[in-house]
Design a protein around this ligand. Structure first.
Ligand SMILES: Nc1ncnc2c1ncn2[C@@H]1O[C@H](COP(=O)(O)OP(=O)(O)O)[C@@H](O)[C@H]1O
Ligand SMILES: O=P(O)(O)O[C@H]1O[C@H](CO)[C@@H](O[C@H]2O[C@H](CO)[C@@H](O)[C@H](O)[C@H]2O)[C@H](O)[C@H]1O
Length: 465
């Protein structure tokens, strides 16, 4: 095992103050910024490490900053310290043309006055430095770069930034590895690292194994900052593939069945790797209460849901009734946010699942709770429905055929057909469709009709007036 390289942390005072006015403008424009719709009124420094001194020809600052924002009305009177974000800031005299799109601005005051600051992920030299830190297991300040020393990490891999819309930010190294840098940082064990590591221990081939990870140790808490994983070269994600096949009028049921098999393989491996529990009456009541609370909050946020509320609620009440009659369910660790966009098919036709972060808006502890596997299944079933309704002429039965094939594939591997628990599945599908209505209303209003159509169906047809 190679020795960790330990370097002292160096930080100059005043750096954050120098960046403050620029970051207030820049941060809210980023896709991954979670506090959309509320201005950023200032920052506090959680941690700062100069990976390269700011006054060198190329400076590189690793910052964890808390963004202060006025409370959203839904937060009520509860104090909220503000979300903590990971930033990698490059500092140069001037930007070479290829880095122009990464410009953050020109600080006017403080130590950085007169220099140019930019989003350093786009700079191959910064990306190289991160990989080198992982390779050599560098520790600097509170930052710790770790790796699985059984996997070779070459030092000549050419980096490129992933430009797709993402909740986080990723760099691909030579089509061999992909480093995901988490943007909104939370203390504690992050399932995006925890679950792929557990699956790698189980030799599950359906999830790319982590080759390295980056954490910050701060005030007795560990924050996962990034995960380096095997890259699946030439992969197409399930969403793009489904839309492509739909547009050609091609059958997708073979792929849907393979996806069901892949999901069941991952669930089986997770049930071996991590604890499973039985959910009885009390636990199911809590689970159903959560669904009802989310419905109520969604109705407040999106009034178009109101007429459907009684019909949607009946899906949750039916589940509570089964629990009251003594039925129990097994819960285990699951993906937590599964949809077609989280599935990658390689050129040989094999599927992998990625992005085990869970629903980013939920606390880590909640995301790490064991849950019925039906929740992931419902996410995928919703995704086939999304694909069928996403613009192209509606192909009759396309979604139904895919949904059935997916469940068949799932049953082939796990021995349990998700359709054999219709009440549980309907409750989870309803919960997900409600989540999607809120998500689309907030982020992509043009897409709102897609989950609303599902709400109409799940609520039992015509809206009650
Ligand atoms: N192991 C991988 N191999 C190939 N591509 C990947 C891999 N992991 C992620 N990607 C690509 O990067 C994109 C973003 O990854 P994801 O983990 O979903 O990030 P985020 O949490 O930011 O949404 C994916 O949609 C996929 O295109
Ligand atoms: O990208 P994330 O994993 O953070 O997930 C969020 O965004 C998704 C959209 O990008 C959203 O997914 C919804 O739209 C998909 C098509 O774009 C569809 O396949 C999914 O089934 C549907 O839920 C997801 O809900 C949201 O959490």
């Amino acid at each position: 095992m190679s020795e960790a390289v330990i370097r002292p942390a160096v930080t100059s005072p005043g750096l954050l103050a120098s960046l403050d006015p620029l970051l207030r403008e820049w941060l809210p424009r980023q896709r991954w910024f979670a506090g959309k719709g509320r201005p950023v009124t200032g920052f506090s420094q959680v941690a700062a490490v100069e990976l390269l001194p700011w006054n060198a020809k190329l400076g590189l600052l690793h910052l964890l900053v808390r963004a202060h924002q006025p409370l959203a009305p839904t937060h009520g009177a509860l104090p909220h310290p503000g979300d903590c974000y990971q930033l990698l800031i490059g500092v140069r005299e001037t930007l070479p043309p290829h880095l122009a799109p990464a410009l953050i601005g020109h600080p006017e005051e403080g130590p950085l006055a007169g220099r140019t600051v930019y989003e350093a992920l786009h700079d191959p030299r910064a990306a190289d430095l991160l990989l080198e830190a992982l390779r050599t297991r560098t520790q600097v300040g509170g930052l710790r770069f770790e790796r699985d020393t059984r996997q070779e990490l070459q030092d000549d891999l050419v980096p490129r930034v992933v430009t797709a819309e993402q909740s986080n930010s990723s760099i691909v190294y030579g089509d061999t590895f992909i480093l995901k840098l988490l943007r909104r940082i939370l203390p504690g064990i992050n399932p995006d690292l925890e679950l792929p590591l557990a699956l790698a221990r189980e030799d599950c081939p359906r999830v790319p194994a982590p080759a390295g990870w980056m954490v910050a140790d701060l005030d007795a808490e560990t924050y996962v900052l990034g995960v380096l994983q095997r890259f699946v070269p030439g992969a197409t994600d399930g969403w793009d593939l489904a839309l492509r096949e739909l547009a050609k009028g091609e059958d997708f049921s073979g792929e849907a069945r393979a996806l069901g098999r892949a999901t069941a393989e991952v669930h089986t491996a997770l049930s071996r790797a991590l604890p499973t529990v039985t959910l009885g009456h009390t636990q199911m009541d809590m689970l159903v209460d959560g669904m009802i609370e989310r419905l109520e909050a969604a109705v407040q946020a999106v009034p178009a849901l109101r007429p459907y509320a009684p019909g949607l609620r009946s899906a949750f009440d039916a589940l509570a009734e089964l629990a009251a009659e003594g039925e129990t369910w097994t819960a285990q660790r699951i993906h937590g946010d599964l949809h077609l966009g989280q599935c990658l098919r390689d050129p040989a036709g094999d599927w992998s699942l990625i992005d085990f972060e869970g629903e980013p808006s939920k606390p880590l502890a909640e995301r790490r709770l064991p849950q019925p596997t039906a929740r992931d299944v419902a996410g995928m079933l919703r995704s086939f429905d999304y694909a069928a309704h996403s613009g192209q002429p509606l192909v009759a039965d396309w979604a139904d055929v895919c949904r059935a094939a997916y469940c068949t594939g799932y049953a082939e591997v796990s021995g349990r057909d998700p359709r054999s628990e219709p009440v549980l599945l309907r409750a989870y599908e309803t919960d997900k469709a409600i989540y999607e209505v809120v998500y689309e209303a907030r982020h992509r209003p043009d897409w709102l009709p897609v989950p609303l159509a599902a709400v109409h169906r799940l609520a039992g047809g015509a809206a009650a007036s």
